[in-house]
Ligand binder design. Structure first.
Ligand code: NAD
Ligand code: MG
Length: 390
């Protein structure tokens, strides 16, 4: 039996992971499940999967969780420290599917304990790529990608040597506004941005897809995960979202990964790796689909994307600053405080101001220095947001 924990179990990725585990309960021993405000879902899944412990991120919801788990013998806990403690419980495999920088710490704890970490939380690699990779290496723990593009690259590299790789191309759907003009995008509302044409995902990543902040995070994630140079990474808009990524080799050949828009493919690949198992996803009929389209992203409509290359150029803590400022800018957009295209402006201004401090950028990367930089970047981003409101 494989011992597994799921961080962010109540979210979109978490629920897709549970869907796969539920179909084959006898093969898994579920240890920890964590969630947020959806106590009913968390308790339901913890009971169904007979978890050892369920943790909500919110201390004020602990009593509700305890009540929902009364008499089951499942431990109820709450708060970020409790999530990190739950990550200490020995397991073979961990799904990291909390959204945002909050996903970093439990992932690091799991790696320190030698667990295989299936990483959906892209913010971990963007915020603290060097620390995550080094923690995995030092503890002989394996990191497996779950983001569909990175799973696709990972699969495209099987049996190949990294020295043969010339470039990595990741695709972007173009999000909710792929056919909108800059003018229309300037006026876009959070409700409009939260509708994805192809994928069913959490609200935050869906808005990040419309702005391509999601793709910017994924470009940085690609660099950190596969240890390639920033000039080797390319992004193509591919409205059908069926080719998730391509690895270009030095002989001119490319390995493209094609699959349905269903995160259970990438989650299942990470769950069963190094084997492949039957998965309950659609089998594509490319004859019926007929056409696959590709184009270069328009920098005027997707200003967030260019920032990824700035971040990679600056290096060090730039990714942490970028992600923290992006999370703040996204909150401000969702709260109707700033416009859609202003998110990239807020992030760029924050990055510009803080990257002038080389002591900050080049500080040794530890969980503490990352947390401090994250707090500082959120404060500076807030100032930029206030300045725009006033
Ligand atoms: P979601 O919003 O649906 O779920 C997020 C989960 O994290 C929930 O369980 C929520 O309770 C929990 N959570 C939220 N804030 C928290 C906090 N501060 N502390 C602890 N827990 C918290 O998000 P999602 O779409 O499932 O995405 C999860 C992660 O996977 C993100 O990093 C996202 O970028 C990445 N990802 C998602 C998809 C997708 O298809 N949804 C694809 C690729 C990568
Ligand atoms: Mg992705």
């Amino acid at each position: 039996m494989k011992r597994v924990s799921i961080f962010g179990a109540t979210g979109s990725i978490g629920q897709n992971t549970i869907d796969l585990i539920r179909r084959d309960k006898a093969s898994y021993d579920v240890v920890a499940l964590t969630g947020g405000a959806n106590i009913a879902q968390l308790a339901h899944d913890a009971i169904e999967l007979d978890a050892e412990i369920a943790v909500t991120a919110f201390p004020e919801r602990l009593e509700d969780l305890k009540a929902a788990l009364a008499g089951t013998g499942i431990i109820a806990a709450a708060g970020q420290n409790a999530i990190a403690e739950a990550a200490e419980r020995p397991v073979d495999w961990v799904m990291s599917a909390i959204v945002g920088a909050a996903g970093l710490e439990p992932g690091l704890v799991a790696l320190k304990n030698g667990a295989t970490l299936a990483l959906a939380n892209k913010e971990s690699l963007v915020t603290a790529g060097a620390l995550v990779m080094q923690t995995a290496k030092a503890n002989n723990a394996r990191l497996l990608p779950v983001d569909s593009e990175h799973s696709a690259v990972f699969q495209g590299l099987v049996g190949e040597d990294m020295s043969s790789v010339e470039r990595i191309v990741i695709t972007a759907s173009g999000g909710a506004f792929r056919d909108w003009s800059v003018d229309e995008m300037t006026k876009a509302t959070p409700e409009q941005a939260a509708t994805h044409p192809n994928w069913d995902m959490g609200q935050r990543i869906t808005i990040d897809s419309a702005s391509m902040f999601n793709k910017a995070l994924e470009v940085i994630e690609t660099k950190e995960f596969f240890d390639v140079a920033s000039r080797q990474i390319e992004v193509l808009v591919h409205p059908e979202s069926l080719v998730h990524a391509m690895v270009g080799y030095k002989d001119g050949g490319m390995m493209a990964h094609v699959g349905p828009h269903d995160m259970r493919h990438a989650i299942g690949y990470a769950l069963h790796w190094p084997n492949r198992k039957d998965l309950p996803v659609e089998r594509l009929d490319l004859g019926r689909i007929g056409q696959l389209n590709f184009s270069h992203p328009d920098p005027a409509r997707y200003p967030a994307l260019r920032l990824a290359w700035d971040v990679m150029e600056i290096g060090g803590m730039a990714g942490c600053i970028f992600n923290a400022a992006k999370e703040k800018a996204l909150d401000a957009f969702i709260g109707h405080q700033i416009g859609f295209l202003e998110m990239a402006a807020v992030v760029e201004e924050t990055l510009l101001q803080l990257s002038a401090d080389s002591g900050l950028i080049d500080a040794e990367m530890t969980l503490d220095t990352v947390k401090e930089t994250d707090t500082l970047a959120r404060r500076v981003a807030d100032e930029k947001i206030q300045a725009r409101k006033g």
